[in-house]
Structures are given as structure tokens and as C-alpha cells.
Ligand binder design. Structure first.
Ligand code: AMP
Ligand code: MG
Length: 353
């Protein structure tokens, strides 16, 4: 099939152009569209065959559940049952926005959307284009990240085309996304809600709203085996994610030691004739010698780091980098989500120096 690529001017969103996208979704077919977090690959969440198409297009294992996107809070009580008050408090505070809530599913949601689970993940995105497509389609839209399974999530339409061209009906191009990391996922089916995936909305923000929140034990493990042990609750976590084609190693420690270790590695690998990529920062980019050096942003600007991470990993793929060396970042606030994605991309391969 030919994938249609339509470009939307955010300053002047013309709903007519989005009607075609909405009607494709209504027909049970697939459209990728921007959200504030990453691009999503959308299909009708209540149509089991649309869900099946999503899994096929991405090459995603069918036990990895999809997030259902809504454009009005009232949809919660249609899609979910036994909804705790905390869910409404969180909705009031953070929706529309980058927070996904896991709740017990109602009978209308097919298990093919939830990867066979009795729970459903729900999010109300703030992106205007996403909201318009949901509204115009009259559907609830299942939309996992619009990347081929295993590759870094997509933060612009060109990356979506790289992975899904010819596999889906349409890409709605709204330019680069604002945040660049996927939503925070909070499981509200437990007595004390549990963060299953860190994101832009932090633990502190959630606790300020509803009181105590736990972080799933597996989220921040430094060893591969421990990281792999997480999974019972968020099935998606067991799969390799965000992985670049090259072998990624993270270096953690004093900046000067990290730089000198990475420089040694660059020299060693280049001597072998290998292609080497370096994920540096504005502060350090001039300290590396050789290799393909990319600044992810200032070390003090977590928003910039988040926005550039997946893009840099993809760039190194297109440059055929065989080895990638990255600095590590602080593990607080948004840094928690950044390190979570970076560690997964590296297969938990981190060197303390
Ligand atoms: P993506 O759509 O690519 O951002 O991935 C969605 C993530 O949400 C996956 O990691 C899933 O494991 C997680 N998820 C979706 N639905 C559920 C659910 N019902 N319970 C737990 N995790 C979920
Ligand atoms: Mg994904």
C-alpha cells in the first residue's frame, strides 16, 4: 500500500484535512499522528481487527498491550470499571497531558487491544492534532509509539516513514513533537499506585496530587538480568526497546574520567576501522577526539536531552555506527525517564568510571 503523508500547519489547523485521517481510522485502518510525547500509530481501540493490524504493522508481540487515547475525560467510565477517586484527581490535574493510567477494563474493550489483560491503559493527549483526530473519528484510538517494534520511538514524521512506509494508510505530519519521551504510566489497580514507566510527569508531581506512589522495582536496574525481571505488570517492559543497531555503552562518573575513557574507546575502535558515535553534551562536545560526535543538548536542560535522545539514536543507525558511547545523566526529575530509555537502549550496558 502507499502511505499518504499529509502535512498540517499547526498555526492554522484545518480540520478538513484531518477528516480523511479520522475516516481511515473509522474504517478500521491505521494512521500515524503526532502527540506531545512521541508519534502514535492509531487504530480503532474497540475494533479487534484494527488492533491486530497495529501489531502487524509494528511487528509488535501481541502480548504487549496498547494505550487507548481519548479526547474527553468522560470516556474513562465507558472504557474502565472500578475507577478510584485518585484517577479523577489525576485526570483533573494532568489531562490532557503525558500521563497514562492503568485501570480495570470494561467489557467494551477487546482483549486484543489490551494484550489479553483485564486492565486497560488510557491517556488523554494534549496535542491538538491528536485530539482533533480522536474527536473527528468518533473512536477511542489505540496508539502505541509509531516505530517498528524494538527501534527507538519516533519524534517526527520522517522517522515514522522510515519504519512504517508502505505498512499503514497515512502519516499526519505535525512537525517534531514537544516532549520526545513516552508518557508516564501509572498503575491504579494497586492499593498504592505504581509507576510502570517514568515520563514527563514525575513521581513527585503524582504524589503532590494523590499521596503515596511507588516506582516499579524493575524500572531502574543497572544489570540486565535485574532489568529483565520486572515484567509481570507491564508486559512491554520485557522486550528490547529503543535499541540502536550499534552497540551502545553508557559511561557514568566524573565528567573528566568519562571523557578520557570514551576518548580511549574511540581511539581503540577507530584503529580497528569501526564507525563510532558519541552522545555528548553542549558542555563536553569539544572534548572528544574522533568519531561522530553529537550534542544531545546542555546537561542542565533536561527537556532538550529528552527531545533529542531518540533522534540521535536513529541518526547513528542511519550513519551505520557500530559502537556508540554516551555520557550518563542525572537520575532525578525528567532525568529519571531519560536514563530509563537510555539504559534500555544500551541493554543496561553501563560502565562506572
Ligand atoms: P507504547 O504504546 O509503545 O508507548 O507502549 C505502551 C506501554 O504501555 C507498553 O510498555 C505496555 O506494556 C504498557 N501498557 C499498556 N497497557 C497496559 C496495561 N493494561 N497494563 C500494563 N501496562 C500496559
Ligand atoms: Mg513503544
Amino acid at each position: 500500500m502507499e502511505t499518504k503523508h499529509i502535512i498540517i500547519d499547526r498555526k492554522n489547523v484545518n480540520e478538513e484535512e484531518l477528516r480523511e485521517a479520522a475516516s481511515i481510522i473509522r474504517e478500521g485502518k491505521l494512521v500515524a499522528f503526532p502527540t506531545e510525547t512521541v508519534y502514535g500509530l492509531g487504530g480503532d481501540a474497540l475494533d479487534a481487527s484494527a488492533a491486530k493490524r497495529i501489531y502487524e504493522a509494528k511487528g509488535r508481540p501481541s502480548d504487549n498491550p496498547l494505550i487507548v487515547h481519548i479526547a474527553d475525560v468522560a470516556a474513562l467510565s465507558f472504557l474502565a470499571v472500578d475507577i478510584p477517586d485518585a484517577a479523577y484527581q489525576l485526570a483533573k490535574e494532568f489531562w490532557p497531558g503525558p500521563l497514562t493510567m492503568i485501570l480495570k477494563k470494561s467489557d467494551v474493550v477487546p482483549k486484543s487491544t489490551t494484550g489479553g489483560l483485564d486492565t486497560v491503559a488510557i491517556r488523554f493527549p494534549s496535542d491538538e492534532i491528536a485530539q482533533a483526530i480522536i474527536r473527528l473519528s468518533g473512536c477511542y484510538i489505540a496508539a502505541p509509539s509509531a516505530n517498528a517494534s524494538g527501534r527507538p520511538s519516533t519524534t517526527c514524521a520522517e522517522h515514522v516513514m522510515e519504519d512504517l512506509n508502505g505498512r499503514i494508510e497515512m502519516v499526519v505530519d505535525g512537525g517534531p513533537v514537544r516532549i520526545g519521551l513516552e508518557s508516564t504510566i501509572l498503575d491504579l489497580t494497586e492499593k498504592i499506585p505504581v509507576i510502570l514507566r517514568p515520563g514527563y510527569i514525575t513521581k513527585q508531581q503524582l504524589e503532590n496530587c494523590i499521596g503515596k506512589v511507588r516506582v516499579d522495582k524493575g524500572i531502574m536496574k543497572t544489570k540486565k538480568e535485574e532489568g529483565a525481571a520486572v515484567v509481570a505488570k507491564a508486559p512491554g517492559m520485557k522486550y528490547r526497546h529503543y535499541a540502536p543497531k550499534g552497540q551502545l555503552t553508557i559511561y557514568e562518573g566524573e565528567s573528566s574520567s568519562v571523557i578520557s575513557c570514551i576518548n580511549q574507546k574511540i581511539a581503540e575502535k577507530m584503529k580497528e576501522g569501526a564507525l563510532v558515535g558519541i552522545i555528548a553534551t553542549e558542555e563536553t562536545k569539544d572534548s572528544y577526539i574522533g568519531g561522530m560526535i553529537r550534542s544531545i543538548g546542555s546537561r542542565y536542560d533536561e527537556e532538550a536531552i529528552a527531545a533529542h535522545l531518540f533522534q540521535i539514536l536513529r541518526e547513528f543507525d542511519s550513519l551505520h555506527a557500530e559502537y556508540i558511547y554516551s555520557e550518563s545523566f542525572t537520575d532525578n526529575r525528567l532525568g529519571h525517564a531519560i536514563m530509563n530509555r537510555l539504559m534500555k537502549a544500551a541493554g543496561y550496558n553501563i560502565e562506572k568510571v
